[in-house]
Design a binder for this molecule. Structure first.
Ligand code: PEP
Length: 253
């Protein structure tokens, strides 16, 4: 088996103009030349085109934070897969907890989005996670299984090879209270078993599963050393270039 590749994904949320993005990427490039890991930035829609141009042919992949399931139509304020593709997005975050909870995205809608992204050739990063109440009531596995099974219904084995899952407990996002590596590893193992049920052990078991939720330079090494954690999805700590570079460095080990 080759050396395991680790994803380090930044989610900028609604931060940074396209000028900021270009400046950030220019300064980030010298730090990622040597990395074997996969560095991804989910930037605001308006930055995708310029950011992709700047990152072309480098170790950095540019993606979006959301996408509609239709290819076009009367959906004011929404964005479609072909538009993202044309702008240069190679991946898209789907089902982020802020989309689920602030914008009421359902598992069924996320399911349609996953299929659309796969059809467009944009790699979906399917975000799943339980709320604090659900965890306290012992419903974590049930909730995650439903999110996975509903979103991935009808996805073929060959499509599942072009899919990433991000476990992001809602209680850990933006709170400074990350899960412990042990909790995350336990959940990742569970998600891997669900993915294996869906797509077989080889393909399902091979899907990369990232951890997200208050990842910082102080805690990242603990997550990366776990067997079933294939990388990190980083919100707040990706906004500061020096901190993101530090995370990339720590993930090399
Ligand atoms: C996120 O937005 O996906 C996230 C994990 O945020 P943070 O790292 O700020 O908790």
């Amino acid at each position: 088996m080759g050396k395991r590749k680790i994803y380090v994904v930044g989610n900028w949320k609604m931060h940074k103009t396209s000028r900021d993005a270009v400046d950030y990427i220019e300064k980030l490039l010298p730090h990622v030349k040597e990395t074997e890991n996969l560095i991804c930035l989910a930037v605001p829609f308006t930055s995708i085109a310029l950011a992709s141009e700047k990152a072309e042919g480098t170790r950095i992949a540019i993606g979006a934070q959301n996408m509609h399931d239709a290819t076009e139509g009367a959906f004011t304020g929404e964005i479609a897969g072909p538009m993202l593709k044309e702008a240069g997005a190679s991946f898209v975050l789907l089902g982020h907890s802020e989309r689920r909870h602030i914008f009421q995205e359902t598992n069924e809608w996320i399911h349609r989005k996953v299929h659309r992204a796969l059809q467009e050739g944009i790699l979906p990063v399917l975000c799943i996670g339980e709320t604090l109440e659900e965890r306290l009531e012992g419903q974590t596995e049930e909730v995650l299984k439903k999110q996975l099974v509903t979103a991935l219904e009808g996805v073929s084995e060959s499509q599942a090879e072009h899919l990433i899952v991000a476990y992001e407990p809602v209680w850990a996002i933006g709170t400074g209270k990350a899960a412990t590596p042990l909790i995350a590893e336990e959940v990742h193992l569970f998600c891997r078993s669900v993915l294996s049920e869906l797509f077989g052990k080889k393909i399902g078991g091979g899907v990369s599963i990232l951890y997200g939720g208050s990842v910082s330079p102080q805690n990242v090494a603990g997550f990366i050393k776990e067997k079933n954690i294939d990388g990190v999805l980083v919100g707040g700590a990706s906004l500061n270039l020096a901190t993101f570079v530090q995370l990339i460095e720590l993930c090399k080990k």
